[in-house]
Write a protein that binds this ligand. Structure first.
Ligand SMILES: Nc1ncnc2c1ncn2[C@@H]1O[C@H](COP(=O)(O)OP(=O)(O)OP(=O)(O)O)[C@@H](O)[C@H]1O
Ligand SMILES: [Mg+2]
Length: 311
């Protein structure tokens, strides 16, 4: 006879994850269960966390808030096309080395053997530590290393990152191998402007953050824009949620919702009206054709439906 196991869905959250979720909320970050679980597991398994999602949904903010809640340093590497290992890892401080050579020429230490002088200027005090090396050599509370918008970097840089993320060590030819004493928490973010390699994905745990649900967006606005009254908050969020159902070329993210709420508070609004929406379109739609599309919807009497409170 087949044995049935009754599964409770969703299974109860383990206390550590619930505690992390509460901690993030105290630090003004609304984390749903999937976010809190991913962060917990990334730490438990000591794996980097790759966060993908559309613009403005709170990917970068995760790393910032995580560092804040732990009182840890946030080390940020902003990726861009052409970013190379020397800018991300380390460079020799040439001006300082040159100065030292000049001073040595005048001083009696110039008599010391050439090899010794060379070893001196290729030692740690002459090293400019860039974010990745800073994260590896960091002492005290392990930092949070944010590798932001990794999809903007080149494939060669991604390959270089792979090595670093698996071993957390780096070899500097003149100095030797430097190994991280404590692994930093690593958060990588991507907007999917290009596909990341399978190899990088395999090394990371993965978290997709989508546009927030109505409930989540309400919580975010309540935390981040407390100056907005309850009615205005609900209308703004309802409007943004309907806006995302239109086929716009750039859907607005949470950052636009927060900007708009702040703008409406600055204008002294306590509820949403069509004229104000028309005047403030630039706060939440950053594309001319999208703005025109919304104006057409408003022209055909769509305002009431878009601002209707659904909860
Ligand atoms: N869950 C959330 N809780 C609190 N604030 C949030 C949340 N999600 C987004 N925000 C706010 O929205 C804004 C945008 O977030 P963030 O910069 O992290 O977006 P992003 O996903 O990194 O966007 P981009 O892809 O454009 O870099 C920030 O001001 C952030 O505080
Ligand atoms: Mg970001």
């Amino acid at each position: 006879m087949a044995a049935f196991v009754m599964l409770r869905y969703p299974p109860p959250m383990i206390p550590e994850i619930a505690a992390l979720q509460a901690l993030l909320e105290q630090a003004a970050y609304v984390a749903d269960r999937s976010v809190a679980t991913a962060l917990f597991l990334a730490d438990a398994l000591e794996r980097p966390l790759l966060v993908e999602g559309p613009p403005g949904v709170g990917k970068t903010e995760i790393a910032k808030v995580l560092a804040r809640t732990r009182n840890a340093d946030l080390i940020r590497l902003q990726c861009y096309e052409g970013l190379d290992a020397s800018t991300a890892l380390y460079e020799w401080n040439y001006p300082k080395q040159l100065l030292r050579i000049k001073l040595d020429e005048r001083a009696s230490s110039a008599q010391s053997p050439l090899e010794q002088r060379e070893a001196e200027i290729f030692s740690e005090p002459f090293l400019l530590k860039r974010p990745l090396l800073q994260a590896i050599t960091h002492t005290g509370t392990p930092p949070v290393l944010l590798i932001d918008e990794v999809d903007r970097s080149d494939e060669e840089f991604e390959a270089f990152l792979l090595e670093l993320l698996s071993d957390f060590q780096v070899t500097i030819p003149e100095i030797g191998t430097i190994r991280a004493t404590a692994r930093p928490t690593v958060v990588l973010t991507s907007n999917r402007t290009r596909e990341l390699s399978d190899a990088l994905r395999r090394r990371c745990l993965y978290l997709w953050i989508d546009y927030p649900t109505l409930e989540k967006e309400l919580s975010i606005v309540r935390i981040k824009a407390p100056g907005a009254g309850d009615l205005l908050t609900r209308q703004v969020v309802a409007f943004m949620q309907s806006l995302r159902t239109l086929s716009l070329s750039r859907l607005p993210g949470v950052s636009e919702t927060l900007d708009w709420a702040a703008a409406l508070v600055a204008l002294g609004s306590d509820s949403l009206d069509e004229a104000t929406v028309r005047e403030t379109i630039g706060c939440f739609l950053k594309d001319r054709s999208d703005a025109e599309q919304l104006r057409r919807v408003l022209d055909s009497g769509g305002f009431e439906a878009m601002a209707a409170i659904l909860t």
